[in-house]
Write a protein that binds this ligand. Structure first.
Ligand code: N01
Length: 560
């Protein structure tokens, strides 16, 4: 595509699910591609997050690529929910099968990117001190890739081992005989806790906010199960493309409040027994939009906690309050609550017993010193924007992306941010991202981006940018959809509330994967409506007036 042999068509950042598919899709479309990956191997999120117990919480049939029927047929998943290690092996297989490694430079971080207006290219600076010019920049950096530190004084003084779940060391630490402290009880913390309980001398859990944990029902897969899944892959994927969550699960419309207590109990028990991530949300249509309906689920789960945890004081500390069920991502585990019945596991409720500081020997709380040999920070991520804002990105007029997003990230459709032409965000803020099946969302975005680049090439267009007014309207729409749900009632990482000082704005789009996919397709079919396309460096008017954008009735979404 590029006339200048020194200018590459696309730089892809990251070699996880998104980066690998971007390399394949763009290369297949005839573009020259160079990818950079900070780690020394394939895997992205799964490369960094292979802490004890790390596994995906969507079924393998859904959390995997759909672009190649041959790949689907040949890969043998071992479990319903594969481990991080198995997911890495899968992604390594994908990289080898499609010869993607040729395009990837490992151990190299993209440090900075500057848009050169006169040439319509990005000048990319990498950690090996080199620069490269590219027509398009595709950060496939993941929404959960920049670990959030725990902001506790004295951490640097700790003389034992200390690890963040999001930067797990390549060489697996040993746990036997050690006194281990885990800070954080989100999805990562819950998996670490149920895995390490019983495998170390003592496990102390430091909990700031109790979470809802529902059973996982993970199990090995038999050849018959695989065969059945293979036979239905085509329908499964087709259905996933039109549903709210990007998995083959229909959402009901009925209200929990219209059901009898017996009907509700039967549905909730069924969700508990046959659990999966969406089980409770699939019971009734208003679990995420009606406080009373939501509280019925919340109290059902609290009862399960009371039944499981023998010590009533410990059970009380584990009861989640203060946010509606599902508005922080529920965690999956079959044994999480029962580990607190063990003598070698203790729970510190940080609300009643705060941490004072970390000291060389362990953690000092308001009730005294807890001696530790290992500290595990499961304290989450600077989610959705962190990976991009950690790159020094300068757009039109030298404007820094960090400055533009100082009041909160803004994008048009989660695909581009105005003033930063030819930079595509994969599952960026403003797209369903983490509120849908990530692998499905990634494929949808990468396909859209690749098709867009093909269109630009075919029409001799040098530059595409989000129209500012379209971006404003889209972000308003994102917020408006949130306001129809209970999501706003939680201080979650979806809105940046977990990172001190981060502007708080709800970032994922809750309108549903299927609706969103249709919207993106419609925009493309209308000649990239709401984007500004230009030849040379002269900007044209938006491809079409953005006024029609929000009139799309199909976008009226409910809570995800
Ligand atoms: O991070 P989190 P995560 N002192 O932000 C606590 C995906 N994921 O890595 O709630 C004490 O959810 C914090 O407390 P609070 C999934 O989408 C998926 O667990 O802020 N505690 C919270 O308990 C998930 O949602 C899978 O009060 C502190 C915890 O740390 C997302 O990744 C597996 C603290 C952080 O929870 C993030 O999950 C793993 C402090 N200073 C992750 N700072 C699967 O697919 C933070 N906390 C299964």
């Amino acid at each position: 595509m590029s006339q200048d042999p020194k200018v590459i068509d696309a730089v892809v950042v990251g070699a996880g699910f998104a980066g690998l598919y971007a390399i394949k899709r763009l290369r297949d479309a005839g573009f020259s591609v160079q990818a950079f990956e900070a780690g020394d191997g394939i895997g992205g999120t799964w490369y960094w997050n292979h802490y004890p117990g790390a596994r995906v919480d969507l079924e393998c049939w859904d959390y995997s690529y759909s672009f190649s029927p041959e790949l689907q047929d040949e890969w043998e998943w071992s479990h319903r929910y594969p481990t991080a290690q198995e997911l890495m092996a899968y992604l390594e297989h994908v990289a080898d099968r499609f010869r993607l490694r040729e395009q990837i430079q490992f151990n190299t971080r993209v440090d900075a990117a500057e848009f050169i207006e006169a040439e319509n290219v990005w000048l990319v600076r990498t950690s090996d001190g080199k620069t490269l010019k590219t027509r398009f920049l595709v950060p496939a950096t993941g929404g959960l890739s920049v670990p959030k530190p725990p902001e506790i004084p004295g951490i640097e003084t700790f003389k034992g081992e200390a690890y963040h779940t999001g930067r797990w060391p390549r060489k697996e630490p040993t746990y036997e005989g050690k006194r281990i402290g885990v800070i954080g009880t989100g999805s990562s913390g819950v998996q670490v806790i149920h895995t390490l309980a019983g495998k170390c001398k003592h496990l102390t859990v430091f909990q700031r906010t109790a979470v809802f944990v529902v059973p996982c029902k993970n199990h090995p897969l038999t050849p018959e199960m695989r065969q059945r899944a293979r036979a239905t892959y085509a329908e499964r994927r087709a259905l996933s493309r039109i549903t709210r969550f990007g998995i083959p699960a229909a959402m009901p419309n009925d209200s929990a409040l219209d059901a009898t207590p017996e009907e509700r109990k039967a549905k909730f028990e069924n969700a508990w027994i046959n659990s999966q991530l969406l089980g409770f949300r699939q019971c009734f249509g208003d679990i995420l939009s009606n406080t009373e309906a939501n509280e019925l689920v919340a109290e059902f789960i609290r009862d399960k906690i009371r039944e499981t945890v023998k010590d009533p004081e410990t059970a009380k500390k584990l009861l989640p309050y203060g946010f509606p069920f599902g508005t922080k991502r529920p965690c999956l585990s079959d044994t999480y609550y029962s580990v607190y019945n063990r003598d070698d596991v203790s729970l510190v409720d940080l609300k009643s017993t705060p941490i004072v500081r970390v000291v060389p020997e362990g953690i000092e709380t308001t009730e005294g010193l807890i001696e530790l040999d290992m500290l595990i920070f499961a304290t989450g991520y600077d989610a959705l924007t962190g990976a991009l804002t950690h790159i020094d990105v300068h757009g039109i007029g030298g404007r820094k992306l960090n400055d533009k997003w100082a009041e909160g990230a803004k994008t048009y459709l989660g695909l581009m941010t105005a003033g930063f032409p030819n930079l595509f965000t994969v599952t960026g803020p403003g797209s369903p991202g983490p509120l849908a099946n990530m692998s499905m969302s990634i494929e949808q975005h990468v396909d859209w981006i690749a098709d867009c680049m093909v269109y630009l090439r075919a029409h001799g267009i040098d530059r595409i940018d989000a129209d500012k007014a379209s971006e404003e309207a889209w972000m308003q729409h994102v917020q408006e959809v949130v306001s129809r749900t209970l999501y706003d009632k939680a201080q979650s990482w979806y809105r940046g509330a977990n990172v001190p000082g981060k502007p708080q704005i709800f970032l994922p789009y809750l309108g549903g994967h299927g609706n969103y996919r249709k919207k993106c397709n419609d925009v493309a079919e209308a000649g990239y409506e709401g984007f500004v396309l230009a030849r040379g460096k002269t900007a044209a008017a938006p491809a079409r007036g953005e006024a029609s954008l929000m009139a799309d009735a199909g976008l009226a979404g409910g809570g995800v």
